[in-house]
Design a protein around this ligand. Structure first.
Ligand SMILES: [Mg+2]
Length: 442
């Protein structure tokens, strides 16, 4: 029985609902709806002009409706008269196929039909900058190796503590917070969950972090490489697959001792093939996990000030070693270290499932395990593909990967490629200082 949002408002003193959907670029768009109007909206959805939604719709399309998912409603911990609720996009009674939350829901159903329920945890790193975004907010946060800096932490305790308190209140099971490897960079971890719940929490986390930072006079950014020369914002995903969703999950179907090198690090045969799918589709995957021009400043970065980029540039996997694209830190799960802070929370989960399912269906082999320090010895690896060097390469790799494109949905893939190519064209048509500096006197 779905939650009745009108009753929910009465019971909890909620005066407004923010009905939100996520566009193809990962932006969140919303309408604020008084509780007195929520009963009709729960039925019919909140209306949006299609052309304005960044879902590749034209001015001629009929209204796009975001129908709130009542199971995902969250009362804003910092303003309890308002509740945020993600919507599922519908047009003329049909789901909008390219809408990111719909893409994910479809893939979750497909995996469930094969007895697989993906659970993930994510590590959404962010920077706290000055309001204009030009500098790190803490002028004293200048250490060359600032990771876990206790004193710098105390200077931003108010922000981090407030967000952590909210996550505790929401029951997300937050368990640690730290100053990350770049000056001004932070990471906050909460418990893993079913893929759709993690995507909703990821979206809400970004909204919450930005809001709390603004309240304290700062600007939070998840931009992949906001400061040249410093470590970028990753969004590592920890992935496991279970026999049932939610608390009904009893058996981790990735855990086991399958054959070969994956078995040695505690992955079952299904875990091996799922990983094989991630490896096989890695270059195409990057179009989703690393979706911006700026993303490629992170994954192909020269060594940062701290001495490590913490980002991969080659398609390799290993055991408990952070210098590879995939790390298997312990039995039954693996960490994909490719995604960055610009990834769309819903498409991130969707593409992991799509690649994994493809791997399982084709019994994909993840290839050799490389137990080396990739930062020091990466040049010795033969035959492992390099990740795309820029967004255009990634879009082309995605376009060439017919299997992944179809699995993500033909309508989605066409819309995504079209809009991202437009973004690339906008980027290459802008004139930069670099061109002048390097071309003027030729
Ligand atoms: Mg981190």
């Amino acid at each position: 029985m779905a939650t009745d949002l009108a009753q929910f408002a009465k019971d909890n003193g909620v005066k407004y609902f923010m009905i939100s959907f996520t566009d193809l670029f990962g932006g969140q768009r919303a309408k604020l709806v008084p509780a007195s109007a929520i009963a009709d909206m729960q039925e019919d959805g909140a209306g949006f002009a299609g052309f304005a939604t960044w879902l590749d719709l034209t001015p001629a399309h009929p209204d796009m409706l975001a129908v709130p998912d009542p199971e995902a409603v969250i009362i804003l911990p910092w303003n309890k008269e308002i509740a945020w609720v993600p919507g599922n996009c519908v047009m003329e009674d049909e789901p909008v196929a390219q809408a990111p939350r719909n893409v994910l829901r479809r893939l979750i159903d497909e995996a469930a039909a094969e007895g697989m329920h993906v659970k993930t945890g994510i590590e959404a790193e962010f920077f706290l900058l000055t309001p204009d975004g030009s500098q790190i907010s803490d002028e004293y946060d200048t250490a060359a190796k600032p990771c876990y800096d206790q004193q710098a932490f105390m200077r931003r305790l108010d922000v981090i503590r407030e967000i952590s308190d909210y996550m505790l209140e929401l029951g997300w099971g937050p368990y640690q917070n730290d100053h990350e490897d770049a000056n001004g960079q932070w990471e906050m971890n909460w418990e893993f969950d079913d893929a759709l719940n993690t995507a909703d929490k990821h979206s809400f986390f970004k909204f919450m972090v930005k809001t709390v930072a603004e309240k304290h006079g700062y600007r939070a950014t998840f931009m992949p490489k906001p400061v040249e020369g410093l470590t970028g914002n990753g969004c590592h995903a920890h992935i496991s697959v279970w026999d049932a969703p939610g608390s009904a999950a009893k058996t981790n179907v990735f855990a086991g001792t399958g054959e070969g090198q994956t078995g040695e690090v505690g992955l079952s045969e299904r875990g091996k093939h799922f990983l094989g799918g991630i490896m096989k589709h890695a270059s195409a995957l990057a179009a989703i996990t690393n979706p911006t021009v700026n993303s490629y400043k992170r994954i192909n970065a020269p060594r940062t000030m701290s001495g490590a980029t913490w980002a991969p540039n080659t398609v390799t996997w290993t055991g408990n070693n952070r210098t590879h694209m995939v790390r298997v830190p312990g039995p039954g799960r693996f960490e994909l270290r490719l995604p960055d802070g610009a990834t769309n929370p819903y498409l991130l989960q969707a593409v992991i499932i799509a690649a994994g399912l493809s791997g399982i269906r084709s019994k994909a082999d993840p290839g050799k395990r490389h137990d080396i320090d990739m930062y020091a010895e990466g040049h010795k690896v033969r035959g492992a593909p390099k990740l795309p060097l820029n967004m255009l390469d990634a879009l082309r790799a995605y376009d060439k990967d017919k299997d992944l494109k179809a699995s993500m949905g033909d309508e989605f893939s066409a819309a995504y490629l079209k809009m991202k190519h437009e973004e690339w064209n906008s980027y290459v048509s802008h004139f930069s200082q670099w061109e002048k500096d390097n071309t003027m006197d030729i």
